[in-house]
Design a protein around this ligand. Sequence first.
Ligand code: GLP
Length: 283
Amino acid sequence: MEITVVPRGSYTLLPCSQARDETVERPTVHVPEILLEADYNAMSLRAGDIVGEAIRHNPSIVLALPTGTTPIGLYADLVRRHRDEGLSLSAVTTFNLDEYVGIAVDDPDGYHGFMRSHLFDHVDIPEGAWHLPNPQATDAGAEVRRYEGLIDASGGIDLAILGVGANGHLAFNEPGDTLTGPTHVAALADDTWLRNFPSLAPRLKDEPELRARYSTAYTVGIGTILRARKILVLASGMAKASILASAVRGAITPRNPASFLQLHPDVTFILDEAAGSWVHYTA
Ligand code: GLP
């Protein structure tokens, strides 16, 4: 096996069929910064350093925030910095990446409650400065336009913090034949649903109708994500190693939504040793 270190930089995609056609517009592909940390805890602290510094540098920063297991350590570190080091989030604006359609705002599996219990209830961010899609909106089309409009009205996302699904999804932009640019309603892939609802999964055999619960979600789109000024991706665990290697070094394809991050000029991955174990290797 050959070991290569990927230098940070960028290059221009030359589709074979169009390589000599100077009139074809070619997307620039970027190699991201990759920070490897020993374990989940170290990954979280490194993320806390970067996000905490970004907030101190720009107190009115606009953040996009993820849910899932990955950012829990980062949020705990931001709470600690607020409590022990005087980090203030009083001028910060946040937009969560996603929320399930149709659930109650206080649903224990929903993301409003998740964000309150892990971050918002423990820092000084004002009510009204943090945003999630409204799961109870009566008109989903109006809700996605409202959310995208709010992001634009805030001046756009300065720093988007992302997790990655083991299938490459970003927010709920699931692998498929196409990806959607703006905020939209997405259907959860089966593997995402099974992973996100481990307590419901064993009941599916006898109650197949359960699969319809939490089956769709509001999600910012790939275009919304790529318009962020900077992107920080966190991942830990061996289950993400393969998809991350493809995302960083493989083809840009909607079959791996995370591969679209190659189109952004300022992406930093913070990976623990397991998640990052394949990114510097070629077979
Ligand atoms: C979830 C969320 C994503 C999250 C991802 C990874 O379904 N919609 O925003 O980044 O899956 O989850 P985890 O961090 O638990 O691996």
